[in-house]
Design a binder for this molecule. Structure first.
Ligand code: PLP
Length: 385
């Protein structure tokens, strides 16, 4: 134990994992807790992976990933989001968005550099920033602002040590989105303070109203923005472990140095499957989006009817209900809900202090399961009203 590094000793277990150890011991649980699609990877994408193995594509690829895949990724970002990147210099294929995030922090942070993290947020940001020697400054997002970043909120976090801004829209755990207009107000601040933005756009395909916007859409700061994305959520490919990073070549080339020594190259089979996903998978994405939208409408309505105020998220596959009307804490609510009604959700506090009084409910489950879960939750909440 005393041989372990100080950073690792300080690392807390994930608030999600801790909770799922409890859930595993109870039978007949409906889990609205996990952050992954309930859909399996579309069959033609799986087949492309299988075929690549049959073809003997069982070797390393180029460090940055197959050029054909990088070209497909850049074409896709141009086609879907009207953003231009060069496959040869501005794109790195990684082991999930997770590796892309970790590499960015390691490539950019010196000890003591501050990273502004919009929160409640994905559980990996804080520990990976710490491992890279950075210091997290939380920017709390508010229910009444639909969990968007405001210019005032951003300004309040900036110090002379600020180096990075970590954002995630559409967001886990809130489902919050930022429109181009919302971003417009942040751009001059980011430019003035020369902040590098890491934009985790892993849920960019899961937007139910409006269009996906990115800070990279603003030419005056495009060179300050690194985009993290991947195949896990859009194409239901969590287990393939494939993601990517897009950004200015100066930073990308530094990140590739880390990737080359730590990883070599992302999994080859997954890269072939991903090429197929980008070439022929848009129809699958569109179908899954429609399914999620119907579930979202049902579940948001259900929670609001129970007297738990829930904003209608425009993206991702989570809702973030305010459970304070019950008088319970987030932890108490989730623990009692699973024990008394066998429904698993995650306490908002697992995503940072800003999640106090909220819970995260994932709707990446079938409509039938969601209906049954809603009825169980209503039974649980009833006595508090
Ligand atoms: N970013 C966010 C916001 C996520 O929710 C997740 C997964 O839950 C990831 C990144 C990691 O995804 P990947 O499977 O691409 O590593």
């Amino acid at each position: 134990e005393d041989k372990l590094s100080t950073v690792v000793k300080q690392m807390k277990p994930s608030g999600i994992r801790k909770f799922f150890d409890v859930a595993k011991q109870i039978e007949d649980v409906i889990s609205l807790g996990v952050g992954e699609p309930d859909f399996d990877t579309p069959w033609h994408i799986r087949e492309a992976g299988i075929y690549s193995i049959e073809q003997g594509h069982t070797h390393y690829t180029e460090n940055a990933g197959l050029l054909e895949l990088r070209k497909q990724i850049c074409d896709y970002y141009k086609r879907r989001y009207d953003l231009e990147y060069q496959a040869e210099t501005d794109c790195l294929v990684t082991i999930g968005g997770s590796e892309a995030l970790d590499n960015c922090f390691r490539a950019l942070l010196n000890p003591g550099d501050e990273v502004i993290v919009a929160t409640p947020c994905f559980v990996s940001y804080e520990p990976t920033v710490h491992m890279a020697g950075g210091v997290v400054k939380y920017l709390p997002l508010q229910h009444q602002d639909e969990f968007k970043i405001t210019p005032e909120g951003l300004k309040a976090c900036i110090t002379d040590k600020t180096k990075l801004l970590m954002i995630n829209f559409p967001g886990n755990p809130t489902g919050g989105t930022m429109s181009k207009e919302d971003y417009t107000k942040l751009v001059p601040i980011i430019k003035e303070h020369e902040i590098i933005v890491i934009s985790d756009e892993i849920y960019s395909e899961l937007i139910y109203e409006g269009e996906h916007a990115s800070l990279a859409h603003f030419p005056e700061i495009k060179d300050q923005v690194l985009i993290v994305n991947g195949f896990s959520k859009a194409f239901a490919m969590t287990g393939w472990r494939l993601g990517y990073l897009l950004g200015p070549s100066t930073i990308l080339q530094a990140v590739i140095k880390i990737h080359q020594f730590a990883i070599m190259s992302a999994p080859t089979t997954a890269q072939y499957a991903a090429i197929e996903a980008l070439k022929n998978g848009q129809k699958n994405v569109d179908a899954m989006r429609l399914a999620y939208k119907a579930r979202r409408n049902l579940i948001v309505d259900g929670f609001n009817k129970m007297g738990l105020p829930t904003h209608l998220p425009k993206g991702a596959f989570y809702i973030f209900p305010d459970i304070r009307p019950t008088g319970l804490t987030s932890d108490e609510f989730c623990e009692r809900l699973i024990k008394e009604q066998r429904v698993a959700c995650v306490p908002g506090t697992a995503f940072g202090e800003a999640g106090t009084g909220f819970i995260r409910v994932s709707y990446a489950s079938s409509l039938e399961e969601i209906k049954e879960a809603l009825s169980r939750i209503a039974t649980f909440v009833e006595p508090f009203n």
